[in-house]
Design a protein around this ligand. Sequence first.
Ligand code: ADP
Length: 631
Amino acid sequence: MTDKNSKNYKFQAEVTQLLDILTHSLYTHRDIFIRELISNAADALDKARFKTTTGEEIADPDLNLEIRIDLDKDKKMLTISDTGIGMTKDELIKNIGTIARSGTSEFLKQISKDKDKNREINLIGRFGVGFYSVFMAGEKVEITTKSAVKEEPAYIWTSDGRGAFEIQPAAGTVKRGTSIKVFLRKDAEEFAEKYTVQHAIEKYSNFVAFPVKLDDEQINKVTAIWREPKSALKDEQYNEFFKFIARQQEEPLDRFHFSADVPIQFHSLLFVPKSNFELMGFGREEDGIHLFVKRVMVDSHAKDILPPYLRFVRGVLESDDLPLNISRETLQENPYLFKIKNTLISKYLSHLQDFSKDEEKYKEFWKQHGRILKEGYNDYTHKEKIADLFRFNSSKCANGDELISLQTYVDRMPEKHDEIYYFSGSDRESLGNNPVMDIFKSKDIEVLYCYDPIDEFVLSGLVDYKDKKFVSVDQADISKLGDVPSKDQEKTPEAKPEETKELDKLARRIKDILGVRVEDVKLSARLVGSPAVLVSSNKGMSGQMEKIMHLYNQDVKLSPKIMEINKKHPMILNMLKIYQKDVKDPVLTKLVNSLFHSIALLDGSLQDPHEMAAQIQELLAETSKLYLKED
Ligand code: ADP
């Protein structure tokens, strides 16, 4: 058919790629295309209703706001129509023909990689590509659409989903809205059966806020379950509702149903999903929550109701005290909404605290959403409540899987202590074996282990918890630990004053040898079994924080650290003897260099592993020679 008014267009490459996957995949839940088309229709109806409530004039204002699905078994056809906002020609080309959403290419990568595409395809609507799922069932699709803008003409869009589409003006009078004809594939003819389609509507679209009529019969219930008393609702109803708003098949991990009356009135129903999509590499969660005013959905993606650190939450907020005819922009500045938000956040955080009492479930929650929740460290209004929700692994945990709260840490810390110690690094082993931990282990002082780079920002951002300051172990003032009895009483006697003087001299010689590689060399009070360690000066950032900054910005140079030596360690005492024999002994220089390299390695700040290897080999050659001589 080559009408002279019709024009052909190519799909954007990503669309073609996606369509190729969709038409060829053996996806088991093809009925989700019904969910996606109904959801688009409902969005379009919302937009139309929103325009009328804000006083804008629209085409055909008297049309009922509804969604219709009509089946034609003989022609193997399904038609879904709405009286929503419709599309202009430009909108047709832009909206249905391109994908302009962040995360799409990741989505495509994931779905083409995964053999079992069920999970990804089920998420299709979340990535702003839901419409294309129609080609899982249709071999040809025809969209007739008339924009709500009064003078705009109607258009027909057709495509077989194979790389191109065609647009032409529609003949005759077309009323506002969109009608999508799906010519079913041979293997998808069941979607012309009432039973199949009704089942899909009930499964996915029961809570759509507009009537969904199938061959003239209304199928969905249109209930605002968040306005109902908790006692009237069953778990299944909640779960079904969650699956609907979150477009997921999994049940939620947790829910919070809360209504307030005086002085502010609102209803809310919030859910925590079982999995976090950001963790799966799908880009930032941006769904927001559904905002209703007097039963009208004013925003299906209200992003500013909950703070960014709760962006994994899905749900609904409704208040009858908000003005209906207000734009989304000014709504955000509404002082009443501001109060609602504050109450809601505070109540919700308290709820999460209750939820955390179920340790197993909370652990699951923390694994999925903790990473995002931690960003709440800079919400000063709710600082205490948020800090209560944080969890860490610690030196006293039985294994790397166990988590404790800050409250637990404080409950079991020595009475007079006023600092909470933490240590950042990649894993439990390397943190536990770092010599910086010597004194904490020997004095049995608990240290929080921070494996996530953000932890360091979180703790230094929080500053303190219950008046106890957060301090990185490599910056701790060791004298503060003095009154805590050591677990294994120190075995070797204290060095004599003359010896200490000599050791001080040795320290200065070591500093000479190492030059600018260290800020200073000092006798240590923190070491027990290790000969030496690198620590950060307690003025600047902790060592780990510096490493992170360096990773992000190479201009941030790693500042030299302080080397502390253990005055009781036999190796240090041997060095002292060599030093006393000959201040300039080249063996001393080699030993110092090697010692420095090995502690830099433990500290994670070793710059040149080749140099280190060369020196070790040189030392090995010499010691083996020595050994043979002694024989
Ligand atoms: P999403 O709905 O997540 O944005 P889709 O691929 O499903 O992604 O749809 C793309 C766009 O096409 C929508 O954002 C909307 O602008 C437009 N659209 C789709 N269906 C309709 C419809 N029934 N009425 C009006 N516009 C629609």
